[in-house]
Design a protein around this ligand. Structure first.
Ligand SMILES: *Cc1c(COP(=O)(O)O)cnc(C)c1O
Length: 399
């Protein structure tokens, strides 16, 4: 089914096109709001982690909103960012790259910023960039501290002693120097950032080098309904305070590269009810092999809006807890939690799931022949429940 590039609202999309496939609805207005919030709160340069949502619409929109630093982890991400935002600065922050990947990124795509967390990778990059003083060696380090739904420190990150040695070696070879860390995705404790920035300052002092950049990574959480989170502003307060304490007055550039936290609010996923059973159970046209992959790992609860087949929103308060299955033949293909849905929900109705911008379409497969990758741009912003707006720091409309 051919969809237009753009529609005025999700309700219009249903009324005029009755989509049978899952559709990701992207709101540039909602993205602009989140970019503005982050820019107001963050004292440094705001980047974006492409892996959370590599859709070209989103990359282009971010570029037009002034986000020009992109964390990339593969050559395909390098290429797609270069196509969408030609003046982008690419931060190749995957600490493990093949020599061929480094060579192509450096020679063909002018990538100059490379992460590493061991000496093997440092020497691999050095063999290709040969002491080019515009190249930046970014040492990824870790501490045993972070409190995140997805702990990323078991795969990457040098301990502090190694980080000191790596900075000193890169300095000796004539490169620009940076430190980076990742507190883990969907970080729930704001002071994790402060702890990491403290340790970054220790490492720099011990290495006795000049740091060109401190990249505080991603991890800013999204206000899923089950989450008990500090407010968005608190995460940036911790970062800015730690920064001011240790790095104010230096020439070090402060950078962040959130993924989920930046793009989650600007995409909803519109699904269709394929089947209804009394139990109460519904079967949707998308599930964990599509946009809901994170349901396999964690009980993320998304805000949901229910529409009839004519596009009218259902607001009845007669609700029940539903088991929600996806379309594949695998029994793990169901939501981790049982959302409260209107008891009248029927085959042919639609459910629009909010906070789907990060790791939704990005991780969808075509298992069992079901695709989950179509986007449409919507003019409207989305209405989120008050708990979501509160975490973001928005005033709620008086009831
Ligand atoms: C995944 C990743 C990010 C983004 O993480 P979010 O939790 O989506 O903010 C940032 N930096 C690096 C190096 C990453 O691997």
């Amino acid at each position: 089914m051919a969809l237009p590039h753009q529609t005025s609202s999700v309700s219009d999309l249903i009324a005029q096109h009755s989509p049978t496939q899952p559709i990701y609805c992207f709101s540039p207005v909602a993205l602009q709001r989140q970019v503005d919030r982050f820019s107001d709160l963050f004292a440094g340069t705001m980047g974006y982690a492409v892996k959370s949502n590599p859709d070209p619409r989103i990359i282009r929109a971010l570029g037009s909103m002034g986000v020009t630093s992109f964390d990339v982890a593969s050559l395909n991400e390098v290429k797609s960012v270069k196509r969408a935002v030609p003046n982008a600065r690419l931060l190749y922050d995957n600490p493990v790259k093949s020599a061929e990947e480094i060579q192509i990124a450096y020679n063909d795509y002018e990538v100059q910023v490379f992460a590493l967390d061991d000496l093997i990778e440092l020497e691999k990059i050095h063999a290709i960039t040969k002491g080019d003083p515009s190249v930046m060696m970014v040492v990824r380090f870790k501490i045993e501290d972070a409190d995140a739904v997805y702990d990323l420190s078991t795969k990457f990150g040098a301990d502090s002693d190694t980080a000191v040695a790596l900075l000193q070696r890169a300095n000796q070879l004539g490169y620009r120097l940076a430190l980076t860390f990742h507190v883990g995705s969907q970080c729930t404790r704001a002071n994790s950032y402060a702890n990491y920035i403290d340790e970054a300052a220790n490492i720099v002092k011990r290495a006795n080098v000049n740091l060109a950049m401190l990249n505080v990574g991603g991890g800013i959480p999204s206000p899923y309904l089950e989450a008990q989170l500090p407010k968005l502003a608190q995460f940036f307060d911790e970062i800015n305070t730690g920064w001011n304490q240790h790095f104010a007055g230096t020439k070090t550039e402060l950078v962040c590269e959130p993924g989920r936290g930046l793009v989650d609010t600007c995409v909803t996923l519109l699904t269709k009810v394929k089947h209804r059973r009394e139990e109460p159970v519904v079967y949707l046209n998308d599930g964990v092999y599509g946009g809901f992959m994170e349901q396999i790992f964690s009980p993320i609860e998304h805000p949901v809006v229910h529409y009839k087949a004519d596009g009218s929103a259902v607001t009845s308060s007669d609700k029940s807890a539903f088991t929600v299955f996806g379309p594949t033949c695998d029994s793990i293909d169901k939501l981790y939690y049982q959302p409260e849905l209107n008891s009248s929900i029927a085959e042919g109705d639609y459910l629009e799931w909010g906070l789907m911008g990060g790791y939704g379409s990005a991780t969808a497969t075509v298992f069992n022949g079901f695709e989950s990758n179509q986007y449409i741009t919507v003019d409207e912003a989305f209405d989120y429940p008050s708990a979501v707006n509160e975490m973001l720091g928005e005033q709620n409309e008086p009831a």
